[in-house]
Design a protein around this ligand. Structure first.
Ligand code: HDE
Length: 681
């Protein structure tokens, strides 16, 4: 009876292949396959007459167009996705029987969708927001979805509050403003009146919510799940994705400017990296707590507003995911993919986290409206790569042609099949947790500490990170009109840290908090981006260059940067070629009009002896902006003139002509990402 199918890294791709169509070079037909003779003019009674009802080609084309749009996701509407594979480093047999976590030689195909939460489908990507990080593993035992965020905790503790949270966060209903932003009255009113949000707000106001790239952010399963092994023993588990390139962020001013200059900044970055063969990689980590230790922590393991400090519960790295293929069609794949935290496989189970419990209901429900009916699992992107059989039938858009007379269980006419199978044969059996209790609507006492971990997060930040948090609060609350809401937020965050609350109270003209402060001194160094991996790989350097540059030297610098995986792109006043000495010519990628310093990680000024005043002015603007965003700046030869005097001795600014020494120092400066110790006024 068993139809076991061997899954390998290419299984999903092979499955998708049967649905792919190439239209290029083919005759045009209607959807019925009829060849079309004319597609520019509708059928009319006379050249200047009315269109005729019998024009089936016009009707079909227009009707299909009229129905092209589906409802966008209520949250996470703006997203971008890619295919890839997951490889396991070591068997997790001891903890879970999940098939894809047993054998390190097996590669599991995955599909990952990254998203912002608040904005609508066409909104900008570098807004201040949490990012979704949803992974579908197409395993031999069915699809397993890890539907996480780039922040390890959530705003609320109970799913019943999710509609309220989202109503408060989304554009305000009376005027539908602001788009893709939390900097408005209703959001902060919700926060002040639902103080369990304090910890996540600290993350949202930190650099974590303005990532440099989807490739440079962590992912978290947020909830506590259960691993269950073959013997039926369970561990509590939290999931982490750790980006191999480290965790890096933009600065707020830069993020806002990118929103205008390139609203597709993050998807472009992901797309290009994959096209260039710089495949994004993330290691999968798990934190494990024995069931017996459930109550040995100063937080409740079921509370989704709490993380498990990595110093207390180490993250065990168990595998790596590589994203190596872009989608063929964004609608068919990225838009129609349907994730669900309830898509689990044997060996992975739920806990009673009340946020998770509610999510288990919401995701199927939302797909029914979004994807138009109960057959969304048949869409190519959602199909498991293993066989699936049951007695579910019919509904809009049904594709499977289930043969036979029987569509019910139990039966005798089909030998009582399809039949449930035992746990030993792979049947999913829910973890038999003993549950007992009165039916109550209340919050557990153990969920009532809303501030300790918010303070721990603050304590863990470096000075620059703390300043960014203060600036973020000052910006967001500066946009809030209600004085009362502003004051409530100040008073709330006095419970996290008095200096923080005083600082942004001052910036927004609120009354400094009179009482508050926190006794918590604990910090978790793993939370600071200061301690992350720093590498130059895939960093984009804007090279400002004009005619008559030093050919051999510049070519040597550019070659060395490329050898380190850095991507130089050339900027000048015009497209075309620039000429240097020794007959070296280089092709320009951007002009000062189409390229902006905010779109680069670093700037290298080469200049040229044959550039005019306007070139110098545009170049200096570029350089000054990059400087104020703490970016590495390099200058050699004529480019040195483009660096303002007061910038020259600043950290991360490398100005010299000796090519080898320059290159070495500049690459070091690029690896550091940003130079926060620079004085910027
Ligand atoms: Fe979601 N969430 N969520 N969420 N969520 C959705 O499902 C919901 C929560 C997350 O790229 C929706 O298909 C409830 C936490 C991601 O397609 C919806 C609650 C976390 C995505 C929904 C939460 C997430 C969603 C909207 C509180 C991090 C995008 C469209 C109980 C662990 C997935 C959809 C994608 C999407 C409900 C809270 C992550 C409405 C009720 C916590 C990454 O079903």
């Amino acid at each position: 009876m068993s139809e076991k199918r061997k899954v390998d890294a290419n299984s999903k791709n092979e499955q998708l292949e049967q649905f792919r169509v190439d239209d290029q070079g083919k005759p045009m037909t209607t959807n019925q396959g009829l060849k079309v003779a004319e597609d520019e003019f509708s059928l009319k009674a006379g050249e200047r007459g009315p269109t005729l009802m019998e024009d089936f080609h016009f009707r079909e084309k227009m009707t299909h167009f009229d129905h092209e749009r589906i409802p966008e996701r209520i949250v996470h509407a703006r997203g971008f996705a890619a295919h890839g594979e997951f490889e396991l480093y070591e068997s997790m047999k001891e903890y879970t029987k999940a098939g894809f976590l047993q054998d390190p030689s097996v590669k599991t195909p995955v599909f990952v969708r990254f998203s912002t939460v608040a904005g609508s489908r066409g909104s900008a990507e570098t807004v201040r927001d949490a990012r979704g990080f949803a992974t579908k593993f197409y395993t031999e035992e069915g699809n397993y979805d890890l539907v996480g965020n780039n922040i390890p905790v959530f705003f609320i503790q109970d799913a019943i509050k999710f509609p309220d949270l989202v109503h408060a966060l989304k554009p305000e209903p009376h005027n539908e403003m602001p788009q893709a932003a939390s900097a408005h009255d209703t959001f902060w009113d919700f926060i002040a009146n639902n103080q369990e949000s304090a910890h996540m707000v600290m993350w949202a106001m930190s650099d974590r919510s303005i990532p440099r790239s989807f490739r440079m952010m962590e992912g978290f399963g947020v909830h506590t799940f259960r691993f269950v092994n073959e013997e039926g023993q369970a561990h509590f588990v939290k999931f982490h994705w750790k980006p191999v390139l480290g965790i890096h962020s933009l600065v707020w001013d830069e993020a806002q400017k990118i929103s205008g200059k390139d609203p597709d900044f993050h998807r472009g970055d992901l797309w290009d990296s994959i096209e260039n063969g710089d495949f994004p990689e993330y290691e999968l980590g798990v934190q494990l707590i024995k069931e017996a230790d459930e109550f040995n922590f100063d937080f409740d393991v079921l509370d989704p507003t709490k993380l498990w400090p990595e110093e207390d519960v180490p993250v065990k790295i168990i595998g790596k995911m590589t994203l190596n293929r872009n989608v063929d069609n964004v609608f068919a794949e990225t838009e129609q993919v349907a994730f669900h935290p309830g898509h689990v496989v044997p060996g992975i189970d739920f806990t009673n986290d009340p946020l998770l419990q509610g999510r288990l209901f919401s995701y199927t429900d939302t797909q029914l409206i979004r994807l138009g009916g109960p057959n969304f699992h048949e869409l190519p992107i959602n199909r498991p790569v293993c066989p699936f059989h049951n007695n579910q039938r019919d509904g809009y858009g049904r594709q499977t042609i289930n043969r036979g007379q029987v569509s019910y269980h139990k039966n005798s006419l089909a030998a009582n099949t399809p039949a449930p199978v035992s746990e030993e044969e792979g049947g999913f059996v829910h973890y038999q947790e003993k549950v007992e209790g009165r039916k109550v609507r209340s919050r557990s006492e153990s969920f009532k500490d809303h501030f300790s971990q918010a303070t721990m997060f603050w304590n863990s930040m470096s000075e620059p990170e703390k300043n960014h948090i203060i600036e973020a609060f000052s910006f967001e609350l500066g946009k809030v009109e209600s004085k009362s809401v502003q004051q409530q937020v100040v008073d709330m965050f006095a419970n996290v840290n008095l200096d923080l609350a005083k600082a942004f109270a001052d910036a927004i003209g609120a009354t400094p908090p009179q009482k508050g402060g926190s006794e918590v001194t604990k910090s978790s160094p793993a939370l600071s981006q200061e301690n992350t991996t720093k590498k130059p790989d895939t960093r984009k350097v804007g090279v400002i260059i004009g005619h008559n540059f030093n050919g051999p030297d510049v070519k040597s610098v550019l070659d060395s940067l490329k050898a380190e995986g850095i991507q130089p792109e050339l900027i000048s006043n015009k497209l075309g070629k620039v000429k240097g000495s020794d007959h070296i010519e280089l092709e320009i990628d951007h002009t000062f009009l189409t390229g902006e310093s905010v779109l680069f990680d670093a700037i290298y000024a080469v200049g040229g002896s044959d550039v005019d005043k306007k070139f110098e002015k545009d170049a200096k603007y570029f350089m000054n902006e990059a400087f104020s965003h703490f970016k590495p700046i390099g200058a050699t030869h004529e480019g040195k003139k483009l660096v303002e005097e007061d910038m020259k001795n600043s950290p991360g600014v490398v100005v010299e002509d000796h090519t080898d020494s320059f290159t070495k120092k500049f690459i070091e400066a690029i690896s550091a990402h940003r130079h926060w110790d620079r004085k910027v006024i």
